[in-house]
Design a protein around this ligand. Structure first.
Ligand code: AHR
Length: 352
């Protein structure tokens, strides 16, 4: 009886093993290997607040495509840090290969980045910076030197006023700031404030956040005009979309923008629409902030995949574009930077 039971058991085991082998053979090599070969990237994006951000999202999505060997899990945080923290936790749960974070503000990341580190997932920070107590919480950062952008803009204003014979006149400035606490706001505001500190005739009448959006830029400008009216000489907008809103508000109030008007508008980003307004003279100067970070982040991941080392922090080279050619170069902290006059060709040569 025992012999018969053992034989039946052996046959059962044999059938089970063969069935298992059969299952393995049935899985087509292309199904399993291609899925495995894709590198999974979880990307937490700030939101869709500006033309710059749209170009940045497009750059990331087109770079981290399946055709390029990636599976991208994209999350739009709608400008809320809590949403970004939830997205990162979700990426950790999904065991992605890399986390890419475009942080809305600099602070508040230590806990969640420690969780990513504990899970052994490299984190790449892109665009704005994080301010963390331990910089081993992220692997690499790539983005803009926002303070240099602000200093370039202030350097241009100094040279522009001197070229117009107004270097000694009193100049009243309003600053429509970006999202408070974002590196782009912190750096650009600091650059302007350094310029104001260096000029006794420059006065910063007000600084108010326009949250990097057109709607808020317009709203803020409407109230600044009610408060200061034609005292305002310079409207320093910390991105193109705020500038579009501010220009709408200025024109609706009956003022003219531009070097031959009532006040000049300065902007950052140099997006296609921003450059078009610079060509027409509505924006007098536009300091570039380059959004095409997809290939830069891919280069970091490619290097890490090969076991190489990457720069901890990498700044992107950026230009400065003006309506006229009254200023052709500026000096910031001992370095000369060319100022390019915007033409149709300059706009055509750019992709965002
Ligand atoms: O961090 C980059 C800034 O964020 C860009 O200037 C702005 O347009 C965006 O929203």
């Amino acid at each position: 009886m025992l012999k018969r039971f053992t034989a039946v058991l052996m046959i059962f085991c044999l059938v089970f093993v063969l069935a298992a082998c059969g299952d393995k053979k049935e899985a087509t090599p292309s199904d399993s290997s291609s899925a495995k070969e894709l590198i999974t990237v979880g990307f937490s994006q700030v939101g869709a607040e500006s033309d710059w951000r749209t170009a940045n999202t497009e750059s990331m999505k087109s770079t981290f495509s399946e055709a390029n060997g990636f599976e991208l899990i994209f999350d739009d945080a709608q400008q809320k840090q809590d949403n970004q923290i939830a997205a990162i936790r979700n990426f950790i749960q999904q065991e992605v290969d890399y986390i890419v974070l475009a942080p809305v503000t600099e602070t508040g990341w230590d806990t969640v980045l420690q969780e990513a580190k504990d899970a052994g997932i490299p984190v790449i920070i892109v665009d704005r910076m994080v301010d963390v107590s331990d910089d081993s919480l992220y692997t690499a950062w790539v983005g803009s030197n926002f303070e240099l952008e602000g200093k370039k803009a202030a350097g241009w204003l100094d040279a522009y006023l001197k070229a117009a014979g107004k270097g000694e006149e009193e100049v009243n400035i309003v600053d429509i700031q970006g999202t408070i606490g974002a590196s782009a706001q912190i750096g650009r505001t600091a650059g302007l404030e350094a310029g104001v500190a260096a000029h006794s005739n420059w006065k910063l009448l007000a600084k108010v956040s326009g949250e990097f959006t057109q709607a808020k830029g317009q709203e803020v400008m409407e109230s600044l005009l009610k408060q200061y009216g034609d005292q305002i000489d310079v409207v320093y907008c910390e991105n193109d979309n705020e500038a579009f809103g501010a220009i709408d508000a200025i024109e609706a109030a009956g003022y003219k923008v531009g070097s031959d008007g009532d006040m000049i508008v300065m902007s950052f980003d140099s997006t296609n629409a921003g450059m078009t307004d610079t060509l027409s003279g509505k924006i007098t100067v536009n300091t570039e902030c380059n959004p095409l970070h997809g290939p830069r982040v891919q280069e970091i991941i490619d290097t890490l995949q090969k076991g190489g080392t990457v720069d901890k922090q990498k700044f992107v080279d950026e230009g400065i574009f003006s309506y006229d050619n009254s200023v052709t170069s500026i000096k910031v902290d001992g370095t000369d930077y060319p100022v390019t006059q915007v033409t149709d060709e300059v706009i055509k040569a750019r992709s965002y």
